[in-house]
Write a protein of this length. Structure first.
Length: 430
């Protein structure tokens, strides 16, 4: 029997989970359809094996140019593995697009207790890197986080946030999914939506697959929140051909070096950061988890594999470039994301700064190396102003999008708080 609801939300990342929770609390009959499973509480959750299991292709998803994409598919979406960094929506959203998210972002930040970690929890090695940055004229700030250390044992879990939180300190969108369900929403997992059911120019529901079985659910309002990579194929199969033409990724590299004392691997991720005053890139403390490190080191150059045994003494600076929209998602799900000349120049400049900082923090010069490109913020694929209006409505009546694809440009900063704010605003509109 087909399911039915007033509102169907496809995807349970921060965009989908927030809109579902707000609408369920407002008394709407909401159905959340999620492709992945709920892995929380399973023995492998928060382990390296778990991370391989719930990321697409075990983390080995690459663009045609070789950029690695980390794409978690599970209840809570990418927040299951994110670093829990929070940043306010960029001012240009208001200045250039007349979208004011300030009140929604502040309300969400207050509700979730967003704040930097106390000084003693930021990590000694991470703090050493932040101090060293002053030698290149940068004043790094403690990064606001979606962490509640009081809910856990002060990160004695080993701070494996990027494998899935085991200690409970990290907020993830799965908590909003739970709250949506408490408020009456229904959650269907393991179900992959393929297209929107459109009748007479109006959205009437969704069609997909649940294992081998066909899945169909009907509703007058459909919110696609399947992520910057997930929503475009659904939109294209539903008649919106322009979705997924062009994307941003906040393209990232890590610069590593080995120092004498303990490294940052067992410290919470991204506790300090710095934003380029011209808004072109950000820098932060970060290192790959122990088992992912050798893959990235190998891809940089096989000789860097020799650094793996010294992971415990490794310092790392992450560079996130606010990249230009380029490339596309193909009909065969292949992804191209070439760097533009401007992106390349910014990356080079940021790389020079990162290396100077690591040297000033005590890294040995002959141990420095830079990982290949990767993307953890697939976005700007269903852009406001091009495919969507300011209320996130598509040209198909009753069909909305609320995930990182809606950004009109790369954010170049943590996305989640901005997405939650967008989703609260959409729920009010609906
Ligand atoms: C390792 C890592 C670290 C990060 N660190 C940070 C950080 O510190 N701070 C920050 O702000 N951001 C961070 N991010 C980015 C952030 O997590 C994402 O930008 C954000 O979660 C995107 O939200 P979304 O709602 O667009 O989609 P997602 O979170 O990707 O959720 C989409 C959901 O839709 C589901 N889905 C996909 N296709 C379908 C389909 N066809 N049918 C049904 N369901 C489907 C997926 O399984 C997924 O659950 C990080 C990301 C990664 C991978």
């Amino acid at each position: 029997m087909p399911e039915s609801a007033e509102v169907i939300v496809v995807g349970s990342g921060p965009g989908g989970a927030t809109v579902a929770r707000e609408l369920a609390r407002a008394g709407r009959r909401v159905l959340i359809v999620e492709r992945g499973a709920d892995h929380r509480g399973r023995w492998y959750h928060g382990t390296h094996l778990g991370a391989l299991r719930y990321t697409e292709r075990g983390g080995l998803l690459f663009t045609r140019e070789g950029l690695q994409i980390v794409r978690p598919l599970m209840v809570g979406g990418a927040t299951a593995l994110y670093c829990a960094s929070a940043a306010l929506p960029p001012p240009w959203l208001k200045e250039q697009y007349d979208i004011d998210l300030e009140a929604d972002a502040s309300a969400a930040a207050e509700e979730l207790g967003v704040a930097p970690l106390d000084e003693e929890l930021r990590g000694e090695a991470s703090t050493r890197i932040a101090r060293a940055a002053q030698t290149v004229g940068q004043r790094w700030e403690p990064q606001p986080k979606f962490f509640r250390p009081e809910r856990a044992d002060r990160f004695r879990c080993g701070a494996h946030c990027m494998l899935g939180c085991r200690c409970g300190a990290k907020w993830s969108a799965a908590e909003y999914v739970d709250q949506a369900v408490e408020a009456g929403a229904r959650l269907v997992t393991g179900t992959r939506i393929e297209r929107v059911l459109v009748e007479g120019g109006r959205a009437k529901g969704v069609i997909g697959r649940r294992g081998r079985a066909r899945f169909e659910a009907r509703a007058e309002v459909v919110v696609l929140a399947a992520g910057g990579l997930g929503s475009p194929p659904i939109l294209r199969r539903s008649g919106l051909e322009e979705a997924g033409r062009g994307l941003a990724m906040d393209t990232t590299v890590m610069v590593y070096g080995v120092a004498a004392g303990p490294g940052i691997g067992r410290e919470p991720p991204m506790t300090w950061s710095w934003e380029d005053p011209r808004g072109r890139f950000m820098l932060s403390t970060l290192i790959d988890p122990w088992l992912l490190f050798p893959l990235m080191a190998f891809l940089a150059h096989p000789r860097h594999l020799l650094r793996w045994p010294r992971w415990g003494r490794m310092l790392g600076v992450m560079i996130k470039v606010r990249d230009q929209v380029s490339g596309s998602i193909g009909d065969d799900a292949s992804i191209t994301k070439p760097l533009t000349e401007t992106d390349r120049k910014v990356l080079e400049e940021a790389g020079g700064l990162a290396r100077s900082i690591l040297l000033a923090a005590g890294a040995a010069p002959d141990t420095l190396f830079t990982t290949p490109l990767r993307g953890t913020h697939p976005s700007a694929t269903v852009r406001i102003g091009e495919i969507l209006d300011r209320n996130l409505a598509t040209p198909i009546s009753g069909l909305f999008v609320c995930d990182a694809g809606i950004f009109p440009e790369a954010l170049g900063r943590p996305t989640v708080l901005t997405l939650i704010a967008f989703a609260r605003r959409l729920a009010r509109h609906l």
